[in-house]
Design a binder for this molecule. Structure first.
Ligand code: CP
Ligand code: NVA
Length: 329
């Protein structure tokens, strides 16, 4: 209730203070401790959402999306609505952000009206440039380079199932894309081993791999790149895949289909993983392309837990960036 006093939770106060006002363009904008802290809060928010019902009262968030979305748009909207704030959605699919007016001028307008800017773009630089100009936090809701909010929800999902992820064996097969980048970096931050299996020429970007390995050196995990899908998933605790053709690459779909055929996650490939392994996908899936119906709808699939956790993880993220995490009923 709004009238009840809010108490500061000692253990979260320091982290919340350090995150207040920050941006999330890349998952590496966060330290490993900050990622762990956001996930810890996400679990609490999920367990007791009513505690946070008024934590962001009257805060406004604006979302500019250059690409389609189901999950990201709706989970951000549901998240802010249920902590007392509200969302304004701007469909930017017909023209890129910055075409009509410079990003700097847009930022200097937005910061006068809203507390948070959420962007889904083609160019990652659109997000970093907006963050540079805007005095309010900017969140990457997917760019051509990263999808950090997805990774937060995905590792939250794994923590729910497996507890601490130190030494966890995470495997990703398919395109070394935006989702792959954020997953690899987050695995390193949480001390999970990460093996990526991609076709030649579709590996994750070398500078992101180098960043992940630098983090992994500190947290004690291994980042391994292979081309053989069986080698990638053998003994894994989780197998993750994404579409072969991301938004913006649709013109390559016909060329890519045969290249990615042997990377399909089907029951044969799943059988190489640990018996307790889960199957993960950010969705939307191209059914019977990168994953078969049998796996996607099968008992090992946690894809809808991932989708649900987008909302809880983003709620925790917003609470941290907007200072609401300090306030618990
Ligand atoms: N996983 C994900 O980001 O889904 P949407 O593209 O529907 O937002
Ligand atoms: N890699 C995909 C993820 C969609 C959520 C894309 O960028 O289209």
């Amino acid at each position: 209730m709004a009238s009840k006093a809010f108490a500061v939770l000692e253990q979260e106060a320091g982290l919340a203070a350090s995150l207040t006002g920050r941006d999330l363009c890349s998952i590496t904008d966060l330290t490993p401790a900050e990622v762990a802290g956001i996930l810890e809060l996400a679990h609490k928010v999920k367990a007791k959402p009513s505690d946070y019902r008024h934590a962001l009262d009257a805060k406004q968030m604006v979302m500019f999306f250059e690409k389609s979305s189901l999950r990201t748009r709706l989970t951000f909207e549901a998240a802010i609505n249920t902590v007392g704030g509200s969302a304004i959605f701007v469909d930017q699919t017909q023209s890129p952000l910055g075409e009509r007016e410079s990003l700097g001028d847009i930022a200097r307008n937005l910061e006068r009206w809203v507390s948070l800017i959420v962007l889904r773009t083609y160019a990652h630089e659109t997000i970093t440039e907006m963050a540079q100009y805007a005095s309010v936090p900017v969140i990457n809701a997917l760019s051509d380079l990263e999808h950090p909010c997805q990774a937060l929800a995905d590792f939250m999902t794994l923590e729910e199932r497996f507890g601490s992820l130190k030494g966890f064996r995470f495997a990703y097969v398919g395109d070394g894309n935006n989702v792959c980048h954020s997953l690899m970096l987050t695995a390193a931050q949480l001390g999970a081993h990460c093996t990526i299996g991609t076709p030649k020429n579709y590996a994750p970007k070398a500078d992101i791999v180098a960043q992940a390995r630098a983090i992994a050196n500190i947290t004690g995990s291994d980042i391994t790149l292979v081309n053989d899908p069986v080698a990638a998933v053998t003994g894994a605790d989780a197998i993750y895949t994404d579409v072969c053709t991301s938004m913006g690459f649709e013109h390559e779909a016909t060329k890519r289909a045969p290249i990615f055929k042997s990377y399909q996650v089907n029951e044969t490939l799943m059988a190489y993983a640990a018996p307790h392994a889960v199957f993960m996908h950010c969705l939307p899936a191209h059914r019977n392309a990168e994953v078969t119906d049998a796996v996607l709808d099968g008992p090992q699939s946690v894809v809808f837990d991932q989708a649900e956790n987008r909302m809880h993880a983003q709620k925790a993220l917003m609470l941290m960036l907007l200072g609401g995490a300090k306030q618990v009923k």
